[in-house]
Ligand binder design. Sequence first.
Ligand code: BGC
Length: 353
Amino acid sequence: MPRSTSCFTPRLLAAACLLAITATACQPKTAGDAGKSAKPIVIGLSLDTVREERWQRDRDEFVKHAKELGAEVRVQVANNDDARQNAQCENLLTQGVDVLVVAPHNSESAATIVQAAHKAGVPVVAYDRLIKNCDVDLYLSFDNVQVGRLQAGYAVKQVPKGRYQLIAGAPTDNNAHLFRQGQLEVLDPYVKRGDITIVGDQWATDWQPVEALKIMENALTRNANKIDAVVVSNDGLAGGAIQALAEQKLTGKVVVTGQDAELSACQRVLAGTQSMTVYKSIRALARRGAEVAILLARKQPVPDATGKIANGFKDIPAILIAPVAVDKANMDSTVVADGFHSAAELASGAPPK
Ligand code: BGC
């Protein structure tokens, strides 16, 4: 390993980062403030939605950790509405937040939020979802292309030859495109060889499970139930697809992928009605989110933002956390070991009908 990197393991960097934050989170904002009482940093957290279980955890872990670090968080939820998210962010800026952390509903139109924030001298973190075509300060997420590779990789292992339906997420969410990119990377060679036929490829507006239900019902009708695998981009949509499979008594007979390790999805994986999910440590993401927000508010560098992602405007500094594929075999060593769901919680749910 080169000398320059050997002494900066991610853990050490995170520790150094944390030290820097705790030392500064409660300091006066400017030299001019010195001597006056320290004003805590105020973070504006703008979420698109809290419908999926994971976003509730994102919010709770973020707020908790920010508080531990001496910062205050003001949370807004846009409920899948671009205009509302814009207005909420404008409002947070008017309130004088020091930094904005945004999980955008629309990866394109959220650029106006970044422009407004920068006009007010406020840095912006694109949280989990990228904001495109603007000078956003930092992108903090998971390796989302890898999420797609894990989903399709799992499916082709189970069904190396067969008929595949694809159900992607919201076209307005850049992540949905990254998941799809990773899925196609894996599937393309199989399709080219003629081993896999993609019988349908649809996107679900706003990640709505009911859309996945309809897509899957139609796909089954069109294909006289002859579908071997469904590459679904998240657990919410997987729930909808599985409901359609259940109507045809096909649950457990068709490979279905997912993502988020939602409690109900993990229970389905254990019950055999969903094949796999992808676990992403929301705790790690949210805690990191609070830490980098404080660093940016302090105009301090973020030492581990060593990745880069092109957003159409420039290469944005990025921190990408690794996702993990989960099925029955490694549920205990991943989701349970990490404290995401307890064994008792997993056992408590009767398998969803
Ligand atoms: C997130 C997923 C989530 C989906 C729907 C995506 O941007 O990465 O974890 O399931 O949005 O909220």
